[in-house]
Design a binder for this molecule. Structure first.
Ligand code: ZN
Length: 321
């Protein structure tokens, strides 16, 4: 399983393989996901390599053992996966984890937890986790996944071994292929994809220039192009990827999806890293509402207002206020 990543994630693969082969596992890993779309799958491949009695990494084929099978199904007792409950990861989630892990192991001599989007630990959850990390118990391994390492408190980061994933594309991967690996392209937008993506970028550029005035022009900028729910969800993903690349530009990383163009540079200059991050959080949150129901017209107007104000209904979008 870890072998699957031998080529695409050379460095991370080697770090984890060495740790397993030499039996020198760290008690906490922080995987910086770099926009890689399937970080949990990657983390699970590592977990399986640790727990599988047939030792995946030695290429001895595992024929769906009890461990691997149940880890895949998220039903292995000694492997817990935590993700945000709503916007945040809350203290009680970490408390529950601690109490479950304090019990005697049934299925394994190791207990492993994965925290998805670890930058979303709220302050009290982060402090609780910190105490847990400060007193490592034998056999417990933490795997934290984050796309925003700079949003996590230093005291947590400093207690983890940091592993950075590669972006998962070759230089010659087409935009369409890249987008396809991240989101579903609606058939209706697929034919003229580049053009449609440009339109979505145009909406962002217009908003960045004119702020709330964008509401006056949503017909031309948005509703004429983006109609069905499927298209709206796609447009949200594109906006999220666009802001992520703006962020990559700000922190001098290679862009994953887009080219460095004047408009992107301008947006990067006009926004702090924190502002871009807030915008991404607002888009992720609004996207969830699109899935649930929500009148698309009202939703876009509200999105514009929220993006301009930089928060959701007065809630602070940052992890650490
Ligand atoms: Zn196995």
């Amino acid at each position: 399983m870890l072998e699957d990543y031998k080529d695409s994630q050379k460095i991370a693969y080697q770090i984890f393989k060495n740790a397993i082969d030499r039996n020198k596992l760290s008690h906490a890993y922080l995987i910086e996901t770099s926009g890689y779309p399937f970080p949990e799958e990657f983390a699970k491949s590592f977990v399986k390599s640790i727990l599988c009695p047939f030792h995946y990494t030695n290429k001895k084929q595992c024929k769906k053992c009890f461990q691997c099978d149940n880890i895949d199904k998220n039903s292995f007792l000694e492997v817990k996966i935590i993700e945000p409950d709503g916007i945040w990861i809350k203290k009680e989630q970490i408390d529950n984890l601690k109490s479950e892990f304090s019990m005697t192991s049934i299925e394994s001599d190791k207990k492993i937890y994965i925290i998805n989007q670890a930058e979303k630990l709220n302050v009290s959850a982060a402090n609780t986790l910190l105490k847990f990390l400060e007193e490592p118990e034998k056999g417990i391994i933490a795997i934290l996944l984050t796309d925003n390492i700079y949003q996590m408190i230093d005291t947590i980061v400093s207690r983890c071994q940091i592993v950075t994933l590669n972006k998962c594309f070759n230089d010659d991967t087409s935009l369409k292929e890249k987008i396809k690996s991240f989101t579903q392209i609606p058939e209706t937008l697929s034919e003229n994809l580049e053009n449609n993506i440009s339109q979505i970028k145009k909406f962002i550029s217009y908003f960045e220039k004119y702020g709330n005035e964008t509401i006056i022009n949503t017909n031309k900028l948005w509703h004429d192009i983006i109609k069905s729910r499927e298209e709206i969800l796609f447009a949200f993903d594109i906006m999220i990827l666009y802001y992520k690349d703006i962020m990559n530009y700000q922190i001098h990383r290679n862009l994953l999806f887009f080219q460095v163009e004047e408009e992107l540079k301008e947006i990067a200059q006009q926004n702090s890293l924190e502002m871009i991050n807030q915008k991404i959080q607002i888009l992720l949150h609004t996207k969830e509402n699109v899935k649930l129901n929500a009148n698309a017209n009202l939703l876009i107007d509200k999105l514009i207002i929220d993006l301009k104000r930089g928060n959701l209904d007065g809630q602070d979008c940052r992890s650490y206020a």
